[in-house]
Design a protein around this ligand. Structure first.
Ligand code: GDD
Ligand code: MG
Length: 344
């Protein structure tokens, strides 16, 4: 049977996406037509998950406000908010215990007393979760990790496994000086409850640096190799890419680039870009590989390349943005001004 419950990590500070994450957690930033977290939960719901426990820390209220009914992406969603950051494993343990306590004596009891999913909340993928689960069952594994090939693994966890899938080594953020290529941890796991029992309570614990190393040392950590679509939407370039991939036919589903509630002049040139609700793009403006968040405004003749224009931000007439600029909520770029890289 496929697991019904999942823990999803969504408590990070989203530092790399500031200033867009100053007002909201990274997982509440929209990807094309809905918040990132909805894409993540929908993937789980499609696999039969109906109970998602979100592990929160930074700006937790944003989720309850957005999903007051407790449903998101086709699954029930509840929250476990840490009093202080507990690291990826500490957060999973805290959330699992909180969910079990919530359930109390209810029928079904502790949802994490059997096999469950655990995910990083910033990962979008078309990888077949059923294959991950099948490998986990076939090997009688304690934990099974989805892995993806990557030319430069330095900002990920590098996973070495043999032909059977057994993991011999897990190196988080390998610092080799040069680029090292290999199979990286995709942040999508099938876990047995015994993994939670390995996590010492009450202090920050890293899944990647501590817990997986211990499971691997016992020969019980496995990895599925997949070359399906996968992205971690947590950096300016990857957040942009995650949006663009969903409008360009690279994903299993393709969404409309322009919100029906955006106003885009027919005399604007919009290429490979997403324009969200309430946004306005005036005549002669040019958008390439960019995202305009709700209420953003691109003035006549402005040129925006590879950049994100924040909620209700304004790019003045004839201004130029490029090089992965992030323009924060309500910020203004004056007419004719140029910004290249960085953020405001
Ligand atoms: N609740 C909680 N508490 N959540 C946290 C905490 C914490 O202390 N720290 C991080 N998170 C959440 C983030 O919100 C994110 O959804 C997820 O955990 C992963 O954190 P990131 O900060 O995005 O990690 P990363 O991208 O540098 O690296 C991780 O993901 C890579 C794949 O995307 C690692 O798991 C790597 O091994 C992996 O390759
Ligand atoms: Mg990440």
């Amino acid at each position: 049977m496929s697991p019904r419950s999942a823990l999803v990590l969504a408590g990070g500070l989203g530092t790399r996406l500031r200033p867009l994450t100053e007002q909201r957690p990274k997982q509440m930033l929209p990807i094309v037509d809905r918040p990132m977290i909805e894409h993540v939960v929908a993937k789980l719901a499609a696999e039969g998950v109906d109970d998602v426990v979100l592990s929160l820390g930074y700006r937790p209220d944003a989720f309850g406000l957005a999903y007051p009914s407790g449903r998101c992406g086709g699954a029930g969603m509840r929250y476990a908010t840490e009093p202080e950051p507990l690291g990826t494993a500490g957060a999973l343990l805290f959330a699992a215990r909180r969910a079990a306590a919530d359930n109390g004596m209810a029928v079904g009891g502790d949802p994490f007393s059997e096999t469950f999913w655990a995910l990083n909340g910033d990962v979008l993928t078309d990888a077949p979760l059923s294959e991950l689960l099948a490998l986990h069952r076939a090997r009688d594994a304690e934990a099974t990790i989805l892995t993806i090939p990557m030319a430069d693994a330095s900002r990920y966890g590098l996973v070495e496994s043999d032909d059977s899938g057994r993991v011999s080594q897990f190196v988080e953020k390998p610092a080799t000086g040069g680029a090292v290529s290999g199979w990286i941890n995709a942040g999508v796991y099938v876990l047995e409850p015994s993994v939670l029992a390995r996590i010492p309570p009450g202090r920050p614990v890293s899944m990647e640096r501590e817990t997986f190393a211990a499971v691997a040392a016992d020969g019980a950590l496995y990895a599925l190799r997949s070359d399906a679509y996968w992205i971690d939407a947590g950096t300016p370039a990857s957040y942009l890419q995650a949006n663009i991939d969903l409008i360009s036919g690279r994903r299993e589903i393709t969404l409309d680039a322009l919100s029906p509630r955006a106003v885009v002049s027919p005399a604007a040139d919009v290429v490979g870009s997403v324009v969200m609700e309430r946004a306005v793009v005036e005549a002669g403006a040019c958008l390439r590989g960019s995202v305009v968040l709700p209420g953003g405004r691109i003035g006549a003749g402005a040129v925006v390349d590879d950049s994100v224009v924040g909620y209700d931000a304004v790019v003045g007439p004839g201004a130029r943005l490029g090089g992965f600029t992030l323009l924060g909520d309500g910020e203004t770029v004056a007419a004719g001004e140029s910004l290249r890289g960085g953020c405001r």
